[in-house]
Write a protein that binds this ligand. Structure first.
Ligand SMILES: [Zn+2]
Length: 88
C-alpha cells in the first residue's frame, strides 16, 4: 500500500476539477453568430445563449432585418425581406 498517499492526492485533485467544471457549466453559454443573407447580402450579428438544461439555444438579440424561427432541431434566422434562411 505504498502508493496510497499518491492515489489520494491524485483523487483529491480530480474531485476539485469536477467541482470546478460543474460550477462553470451552471452558467449559460453565450455567443454571437454572424448572419448574412445570400440574396440581398444584408448582414447582422445575432446574440444567442443556451442554458445547460435547454435543448435549443435562445436568441437574445436579433439584428434589424432578420427574424428568428424555431425548428425541430434548433433555431434558424431568416431575412425579413427575402424570407429565406440565412447562412450562419
Ligand atoms: Zn435578404
Amino acid at each position: 500500500m505504498t502508493n496510497t498517499p499518491s492515489f489520494r492526492r491524485r483523487f483529491g485533485r480530480q474531485l476539485e476539477t469536477i467541482a470546478a467544471s460543474k460550477s462553470f457549466s451552471r452558467m449559460a453559454d453565450h455567443w454571437t453568430e454572424q448572419l448574412r443573407c445570400p440574396t440581398c447580402h444584408r448582414t447582422g450579428t445575432a446574440a444567442l445563449s443556451q442554458e445547460d438544461d435547454d435543448d435549443i439555444p435562445t436568441a437574445d438579440s436579433i439584428p434589424d432585418g432578420f427574424e428568428v424561427i424555431t425548428t425541430s432541431y434548433g433555431i434558424d434566422f431568416i431575412c425579413s425581406s427575402c424570407r429565406i434562411r440565412v447562412e450562419p
